[in-house]
Design a protein around this ligand. Structure first.
Ligand code: GLN
Length: 195
């Protein structure tokens, strides 16, 4: 089986762990950089990106996760995790990991729609995915041609991939439907088989 870490500094960690375990992966709550060594993939969960970013800097995760990504290991950023992976954040805020060629807009769906669930059409899935959005960002600009869009809402990308990086604006771990997490695990398993 494969070992998947969930960065456990702040945010929605336990639901990711449960969904990973249900899909046959070994889930690890990651609190120290040394734990990254034993992982085949890493999830950056939803939560508050400013808070998680601060804690990542404090505990040395910025350089460690950049190194993890440079080794080709798969990363999956969900909601705040997508913001953490982006090369640019709208406004004056500096990027955190700055790994993916996207610009994101935080809290992009406005006041009335702070939280909502929608049946989302996703490239490669035969039926819509029940996606839960909570004060969600979206991708407001692609910064290169290397980003593949897998789903969008009103023309704004909310699920995208670039090489070993997968991001979504919603919370896949809060749906009983495991297909998005399974999509990430497929990438992890394909990479392990190719080695
Ligand atoms: N609004 C949060 C942020 O900007 C993200 C919300 C979430 O992860 N559910 O960091």
């Amino acid at each position: 089986g494969c070992r998947i870490g969930v960065l456990a500094l702040q945010g929605a960690v336990s639901e990711h762990m449960a969904q990973l375990a249900a899909l046959g992966a070994t889930a690890v709550a990651v609190k120290h950089v040394a734990q990254l060594e034993q992982l085949d993939g890493l999830i950056l969960p939803g939560g508050e990106s400013t808070t998680i970013g601060k804690l990542m800097r404090h505990y040395g995760f910025i350089e460690a996760i950049r190194q993890f990504a440079a080794e080709g290991k798969p990363l999956f950023g969900t909601c705040a995790g997508m913001i953490l992976l982006a090369k640019a954040i709208e406004g004056d805020e500096p990027a955190h990991l700055g790994l993916m060629d996207i610009q994101v807009r935080r809290n992009a769906f406005g006041r009335q729609k702070q939280s909502f669930q929608t049946a989302l059409y996703i490239n490669g899935l035969s039926t819509p995915f029940p996606a839960v959005f909570i004060r969600a960002p979206y991708i407001s600009k692609l910064l290169s041609d290397n980003v593949q869009i897998l789903a969008e809402i009103n023309g704004s990308p909310v699920l995208a991939r670039q090489d070993n990086l997968l991001v979504c604006a919603f919370h896949p771990e809060l749906s009983t439907d495991p297909r998005i997490t399974a999509l990430f695990l497929d990438g992890v398993r394909n990479r392990l088989e190719a080695q």
